[in-house]
Design a protein around this ligand. Structure first.
Ligand code: SF4
Ligand code: SF4
Length: 334
């Protein structure tokens, strides 16, 4: 017989130490390992304005990384012998330094991933993106929150589904997602409402079947990602009166087995101005890296960043609920 716990309450869920209290209950001191990935957020400019966006990105945003900061990021990749560069935004392709970052990181021997929203390839001057990605061996990670049109358009804007399908066909046409091509195309699912994602492998099989049957589209893997209770998604929760219920759901689903694979344990995130954070979510909340290590990309020292204390907040429950959630999807079996 299962025992119903009392509701934990919004005061606990909003407390800056709530997550640390939960870690403490499990005897966990959250620290990073060595830095494998530099995640570069080049700014908030985007051709879309999705309802779940944790960046509050959109077409009217003007925050974009300068060429000088982009060069400082590449210098840090060199200095830190960074193995993986993960470029995000906004729509990162709209940053004038985007292509320089890809080329520079590849020249340093790094694996390069781009968080590509698909529809941006239909913006002026971006039509050759599939070929650019292919020619530089970029791994493409694209959000498609459902294989059904209504759900995608509800979350990402009218007409986004049709454009996304056209973009996926273009990526397939140059080899992305096609077996044996060596070109990786991964898709990202996040729940349309205040729910935890379903089982990743089951949903991946559904996506593969539906996209192949309907459109002949192929891809490599599906990443299921939990909606983080910050920014636009949190505003939505508050407007609908669902914040307490959602936070309670995340806290109750806390899975200590997910902590080892949290992305903050192997990643450093840099914003469009060059400031450093433990992850993209902390970046959006302005929670800078622990004061013991350098605050900007110019100070980046891989040795000092290894084993640093991770700065946490209640939003961290989004990463540890159920199967866990990272840039690469679920991290453990739920
Ligand atoms: S979720 Fe992605 S595509 Fe949508 S507005 Fe945010 S950055 Fe742009
Ligand atoms: S939100 Fe960031 S700091 Fe918190 S657990 Fe997730 S990755 Fe780590």
């Amino acid at each position: 017989m299962s025992i119903q716990l009392p509701v934990l309450g919004i005061e606990f869920a909003r407390s800056p130490v709530a997550f640390d209290v939960k870690l403490g209950e499990h005897g966990i001191d959250l620290r990073s390992g060595s830095v494998e990935t530099l995640q570069i957020n080049v700014g908030k400019l985007c051709n879309q304005a999705c309802r779940h966006c944790h960046v509050d990105a959109g077409p009217k945003r003007t925050e974009v990384m300068t060429p000088e900061t982009a060069e400082a990021c590449l210098e840090a990749v060199r200095r830190g012998a960074i193995r993986i560069v993960d470029i995000t935004g906004g729509a990162p392709e709209m940053c004038p330094s985007f292509r320089r970052l890809v080329e520079g990181a590849r020249a340093e021997g790094a694996r390069v991933m781009v968080r590509h929203n698909l529809t941006v390839m239909f913006e002026p001057g971006q039509e050759d993106l599939p070929e650019f990605f292919r020619d530089h061996g970029v791994e493409v990670i694209s959000s498609l929150p459902c294989y059904l049109e209504d759900n995608v358009d509800k979350q990402r804007g009218k007409g986004v589904y049709t454009k996304s399908i056209d973009a996926l066909k273009r990526l397939n046409a140059v080899g992305y997602g096609v077996e044996g091509s060596g070109l990786t195309l991964n898709l990202v699912y996040n729940p349309v409402g205040p729910h935890l994602p379903p089982d990743q492998s089951t949903l991946e099989a559904d996506y593969k079947r539906e996209l192949a049957d309907r459109f002949g589209i192929v891809f490599n893997s599906l990443f299921t990602i939990t909606n983080m209770p910050i920014k636009r998604f949190l505003d939505d929760l508050r407007r609908s009166g669902g914040e307490e219920k959602y936070m309670d759901k995340l806290i109750r689903a806390f899975n200590p087995a997910s902590v080892d694979a949290l992305m903050c344990r192997s990643l450093v995130s840099v914003d469009w101005t060059g400031r450093l954070f433990d992850c993209d979510f902390n970046q959006m909340l302005d929670l800078e890296v622990d004061s013991g290590v350098g605050p900007t990309i110019h100070d980046f020292d891989p040795a000092a960043f290894a084993h640093r204390r991770i700065v946490t907040g209640p939003h961290c429950f989004g990463c540890t609920a159920g199967a866990g959630s990272s840039c690469g999807g679920a991290v453990v079996s739920a």
